[in-house]
Design a protein around this ligand. Sequence first.
Ligand code: NDP
Ligand code: OXD
Length: 306
Amino acid sequence: MNITFCCTNTDPEPWLAGLRAALPQAKIELWQTGASPADYAVVWAPPQQFFDEQPQLKTVFAIGAGVDALLKLRLPASASFVRLDDAGMAVQMAEYVCHAVIRHFRELDVYAADISQGRWTVHPPRNRADFPIGIMGLGVLGQRVAQALTHFEFPVNGWSRTAKAIEGIRGFHGDEQRDDFLAASRILVNLLPLTVDTQGIMNRNTLSRLQPGGYVINVARGAHLVDEDLLALLDSGHLAGATLDVFRTEPLPLDHPFWRHPNITITPHTSARTLRETSIAQIAGKLMALQRGEFVAGLVDVGRGY
Ligand code: NDP
Ligand code: OXD
């Protein structure tokens, strides 16, 4: 079995060593132009040339959860694509989103500003029932985030393409229930995959439907959000703030207004990192399962886009 590794912006050596240790029966090489044909690939942001030169691949493993960039390429028709399925990302996403929600709800930025000015001011407590949270995308990450938020006793709504019954979560699904979902939510968390259906989904029309004083947390992809519409709704006061981890252009250009907006917190696409050892173990396990003809989780439906 031959495996080729092609992950841009990733130090290949620890990955190759880990994959070789996990799959000692396989020949695993770093891809380079003109490399011999492989059966399997481990990739992140490969160039088009990679697939053009490896049309015989059986299965391609992405070392991330989102496959939007991969699906923009011309892909080998016979290959299947498998993405990471949690692999340690869900708990990180839960930490990040709970932190952002609690920081906003408990006004911790207001207290930090007060303290920095030498002010000892106590603000009245807020009622968590007034801060219903809506999670767009109830997949591997969205469900974990939703469950984590229920532990803090926030009302939690979830929206997905197909109906879901999750204890403690008020479920909405499909385009026809989207406006009701938004109207029932004040804090919006985006954990959708980026597809033709979800591109630009956070725009003036949808964000205006959130309850007044709305708050946006985008941890999925920058292209889900129409940047100018977020800024306009912050200026109008309909939205109170946003925490953004992902951007249309990354790194976020230094002249982008998000850097300096007083009510926007940004982080550099770090809400849920790929954990190398867990990911290698998952990929090796799935590869062996596929060889035995078994089903694996995280198989991408290319037509659906996620
Ligand atoms: P999943 O595929 O497990 O979940 C996707 C969810 O979105 C599903 O519930 C799906 O509905 C729903 N969905 C898809 N299309 C639509 C639609 N048109 N309308 C309504 N709901 C829709 O993905 P993950 O939870 O693993 O990951 C989600 C995204 O998070 C990734 O695609 C990636 O972009 C992002 N991500 C960001 C990271 C970061 O560091 N910022 C790290 C990792 C991931 P259904 O269940 O019905 O299919
Ligand atoms: C991912 C990401 O999709 O890191 O895994 O954004």
